[in-house]
Design a protein around this ligand. Structure first.
Ligand code: 5GP
Ligand code: MN
Ligand code: MN
Length: 470
């Protein structure tokens, strides 16, 4: 793939063949080692009807279903722009939330094992069913799909700030439960308030370094402070919705005269019945994902309060797998776009009207998990961002799960982490080896490249004290 370097962390793939826009890759040369297959996906995405600007790739790009993970693509709704479930991914509204504890590392010291044991018991995880909430029936599931985190907080599982500090105030209004199949509901019913498999986690962390005092103060983050980071999504419900709607769009595409270079890019116009149905179902899964993270926060709060008396306050909750209808300037005119972010995080700049009032002058907190053995980061959106105000979402995989599991056993990963002082509460040893730190790129390099590309600014670095793994 021919990459034209435009700036220190920006490369361009010139349009060729059926590409409608260029590819723009934010990265360093080192991060792009072995990225050939995912760069081909960047090229494929550039062929989608209605795409504007460019097919973007973040520094944590790696191969995904149709679209790369770490990809951003926006289409113009009024100009035949399409929506594609593959541009969101199977784990709809997978995302991260960060809570700060009013306790520091020294205050936690002797209680850490008790906290970790408590979390081990309180946090349901693994591939199967079982969640914090045992639903009374399908009516309650519908209320979750419609009300998201707002419904969970309304039922006593959180506080008002959990809503103001959550993207979309905890729920989107356009969920259409009729587009959620019986099978998707069935899969979602027993899993509300559960982590899922091993890339998902609940981690107790310590703030190791602050780079931007002003933003950190606004976020309520200080060096030495204990935090809790939660990464999970919409479980089997989101997965089934993606499967169902890829199938529907794959059948409908030809009717709209749409040809894609890869069937996994199945899509239809945003304003087609199929497009609207997917977006309604996707919104329901987004609400489910937020409720899921809310219930896990509630469970973690109870454990912290009992073991240490500490309170947990939400810094922010943001998805990294979502398509959103957003206004953006395109060639000087304000257009309504369908922005797909798949393994990419929205990073709104200071002054954006959708930010919570107390963060409006600072910008949106962006939460970047790294690995359970290295570090994670808090970033902030910047005024002159790029890629429709998006940035990276993690370190990004370099080794497939299978290759990672072959490279080292779970027992050894656990021993290494524990000798580094990190408490580990895994669901399975196999999961631990799939998630070994070496399976991912260097998160510090990814974050530096994202900042170097002008997508965000680094606020703080967090290091793990203990990890509860799916
Ligand atoms: P994804 O949403 O693509 O599955 O994962 C997002 C990111 O989470 C990965 O790119 C990786 O950097 C990070 N990650 C996976 N497992 C862990 C973990 O146990 N702890 C932390 N801090 N980050 C993790
Ligand atoms: Mn996920
Ligand atoms: Mn995720």
């Amino acid at each position: 793939m021919e990459l034209v370097q435009e700036a220190s962390h920006r490369f361009r793939i010139d349009p060729h063949g059926p590409m409608r826009v260029p590819g723009v890759v934010f990265a360093s040369r080192t991060l792009l080692r072995d990225a050939e297959k995912s760069l081909e996906q960047v090229v494929n995405v550039a062929t989608l009807p209605g795409i504007v600007g460019a097919s973007y790739a973040m520094p944590d790009i790696h191969w995904g279903y149709g679209f790369p993970i770490g990809g951003v693509a926006a289409t113009d709704v009024a100009d035949g722009g399409v929506v594609s479930p593959g541009g969101v991914g199977f784990d709809i509204s997978c995302g991260v939330r960060l809570l700060t504890a009013d306790i520091d590392r020294d205050g936690l010291a002797s209680a850490l094992p008790v906290v970790m044991d408590g979390l081990d018991r309180a946090i349901p995880r693994g591939a199967g069913p079982g969640g914090v909430w045992h639903l009374t029936g399908p009516g309650q599931l519908e209320r979750i799909l419609l009300g998201g985190s707002r419904y969970a907080v309304g039922e006593g599982h959180g506080e008002e700030r959990d809503l103001t500090r959550c993207e979309d105030g905890g729920a989107v209004a356009d969920a259409d439960v009729d587009q959620v199949s019986a099978r998707a509901r069935e899969r979602g019913l027993a899993q509300v308030g559960s982590l899922g498999s091993a890339n998902h986690f609940l981690e107790v962390q310590r703030v190791d370094e602050v780079y931007d005092e002003q933003a950190a103060a606004a976020f309520g983050i200080a060096v030495g402070q204990v935090c809790v980071m939660i990464h999970c999504g919409s479980r089997g419900l989101g997965h089934q919705i993606c499967t169902d709607h890829v199938r529907l769009m794959d059948r409908a595409m030809a009717r709209y005269g749409i040809k894609v270079p890869d069937r996994q890019l199945a899509c239809t116009p945003v304003d087609s019945p199929e497009g609207q149905r997917y977006l309604g179902a996707m919104a329901a899964a987004a609400n489910y994902g937020r409720a899921n993270r809310q219930l896990l926060s509630d469970a973690a709060r109870i454990v912290f309060r009992r073991a240490t008396g500490a309170r947990l306050s939400l810094v922010y909750d943001v998805s990294h797998n979502l398509a959103k209808i957003e206004p953006h300037p395109v060639a000087g005119a304000r257009r309504t776009l369908c922005v797909h972010r798949k393994g990419a995080t929205r990073a709104f700049p200071p002054g954006h009207p959708d930010l919570p009032g107390d963060l409006r002058d600072v910008g949106q907190p962006v939460l970047i998990p790294g690995t359970m053995g290295t570090a994670s980061y808090v970033l902030v959106g910047v005024a002159d961002g790029d890629a429709f105000h998006s940035t990276c979402h993690g370190a990004g995989r370099v080794l497939s799960r299978h290759r990672a599991a072959r490279a080292v056993g779970g027992r050894e990963v656990r021993a290494r982490l524990e000798s580094a002082g990190i408490a580990v509460r895994p669901r399975s040893l196999r999961g631990l080896s799939e998630e070994m730190p070496e399976a991912y790129k260097d998160v510090s390099e990814v974050v530096a490249a994202s900042e170097g590309a002008g997508l965000c600014r680094t606020v703080a670095r967090l290091v793990p004290l203990g990890v509860v793994k799916g």
